[in-house]
Design a protein around this ligand. Structure first.
Ligand code: BGP
Length: 473
């Protein structure tokens, strides 16, 4: 048992989702197409030319029509917060228009109404892997500087409309993932193997400036809002104590840490500038960009954490494992999930301490969870899933969050990923389930879409009710 005072009384317990993975209704309510509508198999295959019927995201779990029922279930678990994203193409169907789509805005009014009804604090991601397709096709996504203006206009519309009701905002989901998944993360249409380093790093710069501009806009339009960056956290341990391995692990970690450094400190770190020079990359950075980055740093740092990796300077020992978008060198000491993601609860404590030591900003774990195959069973006439494996994963990670809090780390909250089953980002499967709530839909699209409470539903409700005291060590 953890000490019941470990978690602060205002700790934001909850769950996380993204529009394209739950909403469905891909062509309703005036919504335009997004890049997800041409990614029927996630990042496992090249994009399609247009929407195809095999794309589970066209219906997803039909949150667009069932949001009230779903948010009521979250409330039943005692959620203090619910993380969702706004589909950019519902608000600006093409992305480069000047006027927003009122029907899209009204949908999120209703979602926020429902959260308020249950006393749930919305946590909104402005851009979560769902760039309007037109922006990818016409501008090559974030490679083009015009994107900064389109994003700023979109963010301003959101702050003006919801700023008084939504306190917590994230500018870009896993902003560092653009290094590995340029289309999904950066709306970049040029295939990864044809994308120049200069275009890739210019896209990153453009996103960072846009993130700063969103922070600036929030200060004007939604003064009570708090703005966070969101990074994919994946510690890279040295595979051996050889100093070359330690240096290699530091270099790998810095490819991710740079994004937090820039959001928190407002400038490019020296190691990042050196890496650009070493790669022969020259960026277009204006004095105005520099000032924007410096003057509009974030209020908090949020991150996803699923796994760690190892790193080594010895090419012959670089055995690459699977993993969240980027993966890395396999750690022989860890077990892995059915999808080959290595499971490392202590890594979460390490990340929390590292980020706190480095940035001294409140930290928010906005994604963590286990993708697993579930078996729906009937017990005493009630359908459920006995998901002890998921409970164990979440319990062990939350115990480490408690340890980090005891270490003195300022942790704002924890939203487990896919609190209701949803379509996977990387593989676009529904059978890779993360939820406390089972959704009856299969990879072939069959199913009733009915919702069932898993064993973990009741377990998480008790964790929240007891503010972490019910966790088992
Ligand atoms: C993160 C994404 C999410 C989510 C999660 C799990 O990278 O932010 O959108 O899907 O990983 O990954 P997957 O769906 O591939 O299992």
């Amino acid at each position: 048992m953890t000490d019941s005072t470990t978690f602060p009384t205002d700790f934001l317990w909850g769950g996380a989702t993204a529009a394209n993975q739950i909403e469905g209704a891909y062509n309703e309510g005036g919504k335009g197409l997004s890049i997800q509508d041409v990614m029927p198999q996630g990042i496992t295959t090249p994009r399609a030319d247009g929407p195809t019927d095999d794309n589970l995201k066209q219906v997803a779990i039909d949150f667009y029509h069932r949001y009230a029922e779903d948010i009521a279930l979250f409330a039943e678990m005692g959620f203090k917060t619910f993380r969702f994203s706004i589909a950019w193409s519902r608000i600006f169907p093409l992305g480069d228009e000047t006027l927003p789509n009122e029907e899209g805005l009204a949908f999120y009014d209703r979602v926020i109404d429902e959260c308020e009804k249950h006393g749930i604090e919305p946590l909104v991601t402005i851009s979560h892997y769902e760039t309007p397709l037109h922006l990818a096709d016409t501008y090559d996504g974030w490679v083009n500087r015009d994107m900064i203006g389109f994003y700023e206009r979109y963010a301003r519309v959101l702050f003006a409309r919801y700023g008084a009701r939504v306190k917590y905002w994230l500018t870009f989901n896993e902003i560092n993932s653009v290094l590995h998944a340029p289309l999904m993360s950066g709306g970049i249409n040029t295939p990864k193997d044809q994308l120049s380093k200069t275009d890739l790093y210019q896209a990153i710069h453009n996103e960072l400036v846009a993130s700063a501009l969103a922070t600036k806009a929030a200060r004007e339009l939604a003064p009570s809002a708090q703005i966070g960056c969101m990074v994919l956290a994946m510690p890279a341990y040295p595979l051996s104590p050889d100093p070359d391995d330690v240096m290699a692990s530091m270099t790998t970690e810095r490819t991710n840490l740079a994004f937090g450094d820039i959001h928190v400190r407002g400038e490019y770190p020296g190691y990042y500038l050196r890496s650009l020079r070493d790669q022969g990359v020259e960026l277009v950075i204006t004095d105005e960009d520099r000032a924007l980055l410096k003057e509009n740093t974030v209020d908090f740092v949020s991150f996803s954490y699923y796994m760690s990796v190892a790193e080594t300077a010895d090419e012959s020992k670089r055995v690459i494992g699977k993993g969240n978008i980027m993966g890395g060198v396999r750690n022989p000491t860890l077990k892995e999930s059915e999808w080959g993601w290595q499971i490392d609860p202590v890594g979460l404590r390490i990340v929390l301490n590292q980020f706190w030591d480095r940035w001294q900003k409140p930290l928010f774990i906005v994604e963590n969870g286990l993708g697993a195959k579930d078996q729906l069973v009937e017990i005493d006439g009630t359908k459920t899933v006995i998901d002890d494996y998921r409970i164990d994963y979440l319990n062990d990670h939350l115990v480490q969050v408690g340890e980090a809090i005891t270490d003195g780390v300022d942790v704002m909250g924890y939203t487990s990923w896919g609190c209701i089953d949803l379509v996977s980002a990387s593989t676009a499967q529904l059978s890779k389930r993360y939820g406390f709530i089972y959704v009856d839909r299969n990879d072939d699209g069959s199913g009733t879409l009915d919702r069932y409470k898993k064993k973990s539903f009741h377990w998480y409700a008790e964790v929240i009710r007891s503010n972490g005291a019910s966790l088992t060590r």
